[in-house]
Design a binder for this molecule. Structure first.
Ligand code: PLP
Length: 448
């Protein structure tokens, strides 16, 4: 990999990744001149690809006017305009945006807002949160406690709050029983969630938190029809909040601005990040319903939280322009069309593949799951690190794709996640599937 010693503490302490020196639409350019087709948009961020001129111009315009003003003293034009764009005309009642620097911060803010809300309305006993296994909500300690990814949690388990408990995810490929209908599966999951409320004492639960389409941990897993309506109903009956984490699956990635729009429900609190700023700036947001914010305004008057870089003017200007481009260029329609093509091409290439057990996702958020045995759905031995092999071989072949799973709880194995930029062409989609196909076959050959 890259030459010379690096002082950057990289994800791997053994290898320094190659240097990226340029970007050009769906392509990333390495220092040796190689062009890598960015088929996962990094980790599902790059919705507009790289170096979009309108976003660069918006950032530069804002930087030349005002780069930073602390939010204890000032608000800013781009922060106000971005919040208006995000929640000014929303379906579902989300009315305020708390602008932060990424997904974990957005989730942390959502958890804290839910907690403070219940204190302020005189229900301080609501201290429990229910989440799902095989979920990822971020790497800071509160968000990590919410997440159900066993591998990520394990080293830090003593530091994670016991306020979070985890129920079965709506992961049909692994959790649905033989002979069980989708409706029965949903009913079983709902009964389990209800039982968890009863175990904790329904009046002690502050919120249920879930990703509408599970991303990094399980590989683009949407819930079966009716699941989120059942969950919404249980939360409502017990006076608990519904927090949806759309950090990865949100902001158009699944073909609608929010993935929850396809579920016939709306959350009380939502976390967004990656596609919000498209990778141009570090930005995330926690969106909150009016009644929650109004209760705190009428109570203590302040959300007891904050970060130095919140509502950063350049980050807000970048995100605002990303969202305007998505609207102006009608990219959500494009996500739907290209998403159908991607799904079709993946099915053609992998539908009969003996080691591809499942192809799933929504819009431009699709994954394949690798299995040692299609009949039993048994995963490959995690020590083979099959998804990492696919990633490395794909990279050599000029394709960036995102390895997921492979380390969860022995039930689901290796996934490869695709999340191409919304500006991709139909030819790009074909090239992604061709290159992925070659990488998967070569990686499987390497494990024998
Ligand atoms: N929530 C979900 C669903 C995610 O996929 C991620 C990141 O992958 C996060 C939260 C954390 O976001 P960040 O890495 O920006 O802190």
């Amino acid at each position: 990999m890259g030459a010379g010693k690096s002082r950057v503490l990289h994800r791997s302490l053994r290898e320094t990744p190659p240097r990226a020196v340029g970007g050009d639409g769906v392509w990333l350019i390495a220092e040796d001149g190689r062009r890598i087709l960015d088929a996962s948009g990094g980790a599902a961020l790059s919705c507009l690809g790289h170096q979009h001129p309108r976003v660069l111009e918006a950032m530069s315009r804002q930087a030349s006017k005002l780069a930073y003003a602390h939010t204890s003293f000032f608000t800013s034009e781009p922060a106000e305009a971005l919040a208006e764009k995000l929640v000014g005309h929303e379906p579902g009642g989300l009315a305020y945006a708390y602008l932060v620097s990424g997904g974990s911060e957005a989730v942390e803010a959502g958890i804290k807002l839910a907690r403070q809300y219940f204190i302020e309305i005189g229900q301080p006993q609501r201290q429990r949160f229910i989440a799902r296994r095989q979920s990822y909500h971020g790497n800071t300690l509160g968000a990590l406690a919410a997440g159900g990814n066993a591998w990520r949690r394990e080293p830090y388990a003593p530091l994670l709050s016991a306020a979070f408990s985890h129920v079965t995810p709506a992961f049909a490929y692994h959790e649905m029983r033989a002979g069980e209908s989708e409706a029965d599966f949903v009913a079983r999951l709902a009964a389990q969630l209800e039982a968890e409320f009863q175990r904790l004492g329904p009046d002690n639960v502050a919120a249920f938190i879930a990703e509408p389409v599970v991303g990094a941990t399980a590989g683009c897993v949407p819930a079966p029809e009716g699941y989120f309506r059942a969950v919404r109903d249980i939360c409502d009956r017990h006076g608990a909040l519904l927090i949806l984490d759309e950090v990865m699956c949100g902001m158009g990635r699944t073909g609608t601005r929010h993935a929850w729009e396809q579920e016939g429900i709306a959350p009380d609190i939502q976390a967004i990040a990656k596609g919000l700023g498209g990778g141009y700036q570090p930005i995330g947001a926690m969106l909150a319903g009016a009644s929650i914010v109004d209760s705190i305004r009428d109570g203590s008057g302040a959300f007891q939280h904050g970060h130095t870089y919140m509502a950063h003017p350049i980050a807000c200007a970048a995100a605002l322009e990303v969202q305007r481009v998505i609207d102006d260029e009608q990219l959500l329609d494009r996500v739907k069309d290209l998403g159908r093509q991607l799904e079709r091409r993946l099915t053609e290439r992998f539908g009969n593949h003996r080691h591809v057990g499942d192809i799933r996702g929504r819009g431009l958020f699709q994954a394949i799951e690798l299995v040692a045995d299609r009949a039993t759905r048994v995963p490959f031995d995690p020590s083979l690190k099959l998804n990492q092999r696919i990633k490395a071989i794909a990279f050599e072949g000029g394709l960036g794709c995102y390895p997921a799973g492979g380390c969860v709880d022995g039930r689901s194995g290796d996934h490869v996640l695709l999340a191409p930029p919304y500006i991709a062409t139909s030819d790009d989609i074909d090239m992604i599937v061709d290159r992925l196909g070659r990488a998967v076959d070569a990686a499987l050959q390497s494990v024998g």
